[in-house]
Design a protein around this ligand. Structure first.
Ligand code: SAM
Length: 208
């Protein structure tokens, strides 16, 4: 698997099937912090769902300066999980990354601050059915784009994700497509603009 350097110096991958990068080329790590972790805010003890884990940037970024997080990552491609072993990261998350670098072998790792990342490998729409209802404080929603993977942005999917979120919980995603926001609203989310990072349009935050 070939790593591609993004503009903030962090690496991403290009997916051949979807013909799309895993992150914005303006910065993979910047995207994790700005569009997800900082956009919705993370507090110690939170339960976080990383919906489409990939290289794990969003989860690993969330563990920085936090304690007692329970993070569940959903991912169906074991090759991308294996690639985490060979990823080089920026100094900013070097310590956190080193702790979770072998997640492909263990599938569940707890760091010195009692942050746990647990991976469930398989179809996210099936795995999510095994998760408790009203459980997650935050969701990092990160499939390939609505243009490339429309089935992941449907009402049915947002309903499933909403079911596992606590009342008042927040979901972050990079897309602000009108159809995406309409589907979120249709299942009961309140939708607002997220930050503008690396492009002209804002990200999206959905609140249960
Ligand atoms: C845009 S990338 C996510 C990037 C990731 N958050 C990161 O930090 O590297 C989308 C990811 O979703 C995964 N994916 C796509 N469809 C999926 C599905 N139906 N179930 C589980 N994972 C899926 C892909 O394999 C890919 O790793």
């Amino acid at each position: 698997m070939q790593f591609i350097k993004t503009k903030d110096g962090s690496y991403t991958v290009f997916n051949q099937k979807y013909q799309e990068h895993y992150h914005t080329i303006s910065g993979a790590l910047e995207e994790a912090f700005q569009k997800h972790v900082n956009a919705v805010g993370v507090e110690n003890g939170f339960h976080i769902l990383d919906f489409c884990f990939g290289l794990g940037y969003n989860s690993i970024a969330a563990t920085k300066d936090h304690r007692n997080l329970t993070i569940i990552g959903l991912e169906n491609d074991s090759e991308i999980i294996e690639a985490i072993k060979n990823l080089s990261v920026l100094d900013e998350i070097e310590k956190e990354f080193t702790t979770f670098q072998n997640i492909a072998e263990k599938l569940e790792i707890t760091d010195d601050n009692n942050n746990t990342i647990k991976l469930i490998i398989g179809e996210a729409l099936v795995s999510i059915s095994s998760l408790p209802k009203d459980y997650f404080d935050r969701v990092f929603f990160d499939p390939f784009s609505p243009g490339k993977q429309p089935e992941m942005w449907s009402r049915k999917v947002f309903q499933k994700v909403r079911n596992v979120m606590k009342q008042g919980a927040k979901l972050s995603t990079y897309s602000c497509a009108k159809s995406v926001r309409q589907n979120m609203v249709a299942v009961g989310f309140k939708v607002m603009d997220g930050p503008i990072v690396g492009r002209k349009s804002p990200a999206t935050i959905a609140v249960k």
